[in-house]
Ligand binder design. Sequence first.
Ligand SMILES: Cc1ncc(COP(=O)(O)O)c(C=O)c1O
Length: 442
Amino acid sequence: MSARINPLAAGLNADLEKAAPEVLAMLSERGKRLYFPKGILSQGAEAKAKAKRFNATIGIATEGDEPMNLPSLMSHFEGLNASEALDYAPPAGIPVLRERWREKLLAENPSLADKSFGDPIVTAAITHGLSLVGDLFIDPGDKILLPDKLWGNYRLIYEVRLEAEIATFPFYDGEGFDVAGFEAALAREAEGCEKLVVLLNFPNNPTGYMPTVAEGDAMAKALLAQAERGTKLVVVTDDAYFGLFYHLGGESMRESLFGQLIGAHPNLLAVKLDGATKELFVWGLRCGFITLGPGRAATADTVIAALEAKIKGAIRGAISNSPKFSQSLVAKALASPTIAKEREQKSETLRLRAQKVYDVANEPRYAESFEVYPFNSGYFMCLNVTGVDAEDVRVRLLNEYETGLVATSKTDLRVAFSCLEVDDIEPLFELIHRAIQELRKD
Ligand SMILES: Cc1ncc(COP(=O)(O)O)c(C=O)c1O
């Protein structure tokens, strides 16, 4: 081991060694060194419970029983008191929010009902959760398996910052997910490899695809087969767009794969990343969660406690804690009796846009310009432009038609229908078609 191990980290590692040596073997060198210090925070927590006379531990300024605050700021927070708006949150998040997100997970994923999984740990949204996964499980040179259509920020997080090696599998096979391609890539990368991180993002960015139940089952089966064969798998589900399922062209899964992966095998640790950012339409509040699903139910509590301490250490050492203001707002929203209805209404607005895109983009007259990749959910869909460079189409649309799309490769254009009004959809696809035809003639 490269650096000295703190006794607290050694204690956590010893707990893992006893409860789940496979999970200890999944940790990066940094992950092995991580621990949550018995410093200011834990002494402060003890004082909060017992120091009823004078509590001179708190690292904020107070007046009376409240955090000190400026009226020019406080006057903008309606319905939140100064503590809810301005105080620090604990590194793992405020307990009430963690409880409510857990309830939400259980309500929306019936397969979790009888599973042993951790309480969601609050992150500064999903991007931070992705970084925490890297902190715990990725050493330079480690492999991470991703689809060939992916959110570009994964490269910054894992390849650039953490020096992992990205391996990819083909996302599509015809009208659906390339289960055989996934199985083959998984087998290829797992072969002779002690540990592999697999990152699955459904509904997917950039494709807007959510697998069918049969495809989900096949993915879970393929992962289990490699765990049984002996490779230790950290399987991360990035469920950023969870719940935005429109079932275009057929029924898709309605649950996260996370539920199927918990308790499946000691060599398989499931990690769920999700967030209020997209699900509650609060992107800039930076509120997300990381939830752990160990492979062995009998020792799950010990594994969860040890990994949670390490994650808290990683949070403390990077951002200290996530904004309490955001957490208080999200916790209150989750308790609202009308939130389910409100979310359904917004989801229906997005579904109508997706349906319109589905109908328009698949019109036969566009077939000479682009192919439509299968999509059924989320915010996005992709087009495979034929005979011209996707970046050239993007630039032409921008310069000639004041229209912005994202080119995700030499052939693919991503359309975010999440930010298009229904009436804008037909004219947009007409422009894409025109730009491609014009470029062909140039
Ligand atoms: C697949 C995927 N994961 C994660 C994120 C980041 O989410 P957050 O804003 O919660 O960090 C995005 C946002 O674009 C995304 O598309």
